[in-house]
Design a protein around this ligand. Structure first.
Ligand SMILES: [Zn+2]
Length: 101
């Protein structure tokens, strides 16, 4: 039986599919038996998916926390006006303004 350390040490490889088949079963078995490692893997998987999403998808699909932090940083650097073209933060006001135009 694999120890918790052995299992968690290989979790990132396991999630990336880089673990040989025989070892995969060992890790999987350990995860079936061990709640602590299972929750650890779930957390790791979420992080891996999050990083994957961030690198291949537009900023708008990031979780709100991450997006807000990134947008705040982005605005501070660029110092762009909030009502620039394509900005949809004030969505309801923009719809009203469109009728007046
Ligand atoms: Zn464990």
């Amino acid at each position: 039986m694999m120890t918790c350390k052995e299992a968690t040490d290989q979790v990132t490889d396991y999630l990336d599919g880089r673990v040989p088949h025989g070892k995969r079963i060992g890790i999987w078995l350990h995860l079936m038996m061990c709640v602590r490692c299972r929750s650890y893997v779930n957390q790791m998987r979420q992080v891996v998916e999050l990083i994957g999403d961030l690198s291949k998808q537009p900023l708008t699909t990031a979780p709100p926390d991450v997006r807000d932090a990134l947008m705040a940083e982005f605005r501070r650097r660029k110092n762009a006006p909030a009502d620039g073209p394509g900005h949809v933060e004030d969505g309801e006001d923009a719809e009203d303004a469109e009728d007046e135009r």
